[in-house]
Design a protein around this ligand. Structure first.
Ligand SMILES: Nc1ncnc2c1ncn2[C@@H]1O[C@H](COP(=O)(O)OP(=O)(O)O)[C@@H](O)[C@H]1O
Ligand SMILES: [Mg+2]
Length: 416
């Protein structure tokens, strides 16, 4: 393993800024070579998109890797349009994809002399409809199936798209929305299986696909995908990364400083490890002393990680959670997470307390709560222990407590 590491520029890291994940990469490549279709699962900010970027670098000479970000797609036709734009960027496939879009394409080249990816995307989206996406999609898969090299199709953030397709902005899974989602995912499943000789897919995203599909009873549409769990770094990997970053950026870590960083974080999400280092680096630069003691780690953690920047990060977590759960469930989830953050544990007794407090005529609170706890575990907020549910990440717990913990009264103490 290399002994120094560059600080990443931008969100997605690969190459020189990519740390470890050796075993994961090895296993993933083995599975891809074996023809598997993969569902890359992990809580957000664990490094899924970075792993996909690194895979593209390592597989690039043997496979055609196509990375499609579906974050902004809201329907089957839009997903096919986004895929087409990515394929079009590939020199060897560019002509073929134009043929699929015949007339639509001609209109595009008539109207503009130099076309960019944005314009292509807009035009293709306009040309793809609920009526023709499937035919075009089949043609596209035929092209991919006949490439000179096997193809790895990476669909990042598919769960966000599926979540939106199912619930739109009012968070109601209607029969019509369910039907359209089912049609798209079933088509994708069928087509992937049909062309498995030359095409593999990796689906990944920062909100869990499984809980969403469970809610809609559509889990079978992804049963061709083999789940691959990407975990947070273990302590040694995190310490190795911190030391390599320190060496690569002229920071001198005093005895115990790397250990203190890991201790402060509680759970070593790569994002949080690199974020803490970057705060320490910045603070050292500003005071003109690049030597970092255990006490300094604690100071920077307290002032910077738990400060404004921490709040900004946490807002992202909350937005994602609301996106999956919808407004009503989100309020109860917020309350339950605050209980876990402040008290340190969400006990069975407290869970019953929330059932009573949120009981309504509108629906089955016990079922809703079960579903919610499943989502909270699946998305990496809480883990089950003998006493009850606890936060996985010490940092997230502290953020949560700082933001929502003021004036909080435990559910077991309310109304006393
Ligand atoms: N292997 C890695 N080496 C170094 N930093 C990483 C690595 N993986 C993730 N990171 C850090 O975590 C951040 C989030 O990574 P990203 O791939 O966007 O996660 P995800 O797609 O799971 O949300 C990156 O911006 C980077 O700072
Ligand atoms: Mg990502």
């Amino acid at each position: 393993m290399r002994d120094r590491l560059k600080q990443a520029v931008g969100n997605v890291v690969s190459g020189e800024a990519f740390w470890d994940r050796e075993k994961d990469m090895e296993l993933l490549i083995e599975k891809i070579d074996g023809g598997a279709n993969i569902l890359l699962v992990a809580q957000r900010r664990i490094g899924k998109t970075s792993v996909l970027a690194e895979l593209q670098e390592r597989l690039g000479d043997r496979y055609i890797c196509l990375f499609v970000d579906l974050q902004a797609a809201r329907s089957g036709p839009e997903a096919i349009a986004d895929l087409s734009v990515v394929i079009h960027k590939h020199k060897s496939l560019c002509e073929k994809i134009r043929e699929v879009f015949g007339n639509i394409w001609e209109k595009l080249t008539e109207s503009v002399e130099t076309i960019n990816a944005g314009e292509i995307g807009v035009t293709l989206r306009a040309g793809l409809t609920e009526g023709n996406w499937r035919g075009k999609g089949d043609q596209i898969f035929n092209i991919l199936a006949n490439c000179e090299k096997p193809v790895v199709l990476m669909f990042d953030e598919l769960p966000i798209m599926v979540n939106f397709m199912l619930k739109d902005e009012d968070f109601k899974i209607t029969p019509e929305r369910r039907k359209q989602t089912d049609e798209f995912l079933s088509w994708l499943r069928k087509t992937t299986i049909e062309h498995r000789k030359n095409v593999r897919t990796i689906v990944s995203g920062s909100i869990g696909l499984e809980p969403i599909l469970r809610q809609a009873r559509l889990s079978a549409t992804v049963n061709h995908l083999e789940a691959f769990e990407l975990r947070a770094w273990d302590e040694d990997t995190a310490k190795g990364c911190i030391r390599a970053l320190a060496r690569g950026n002229d920071v001198t870590l005093e005895e115990g400083a790397a250990e203190e960083m890991v201790k402060m974080l509680g759970c070593c999400s790569p994002q949080h490890v690199t974020m803490l280092f970057s705060h320490i680096y910045g603070a050292c630069k500003r005071r003109g002393d690049m030597s970092c003691s255990v006490e300094y780690v604690a100071e920077v953690f307290e002032k910077q990680m738990l400060g404004v920047r921490g709040h900004a990060e946490l807002t992202h977590y909350e937005e994602r959670l609301e996106m999956v759960l919808g407004k009503e469930m989100f309020t109860m989830a917020l309350d339950m997470l605050t209980e876990a953050a402040v008290v340190g544990c969400l006990t069975q007794e407290a869970i019953k307390g929330f059932q009573k407090e949120y009981a309504s005529d509108a629906g089955d609170t016990v079922e809703a709560q079960k579903e919610m706890l499943w989502v909270l575990q699946h998305d990496g907020y809480l883990e089950e222990s003998a006493e009850g549910y606890k936060f996985v990440s010490g940092l997230l717990q502290k953020w949560w407590k700082n933001r929502h913990g003021g004036n909080f009264v435990s559910v077991l103490e309310r109304g006393k």
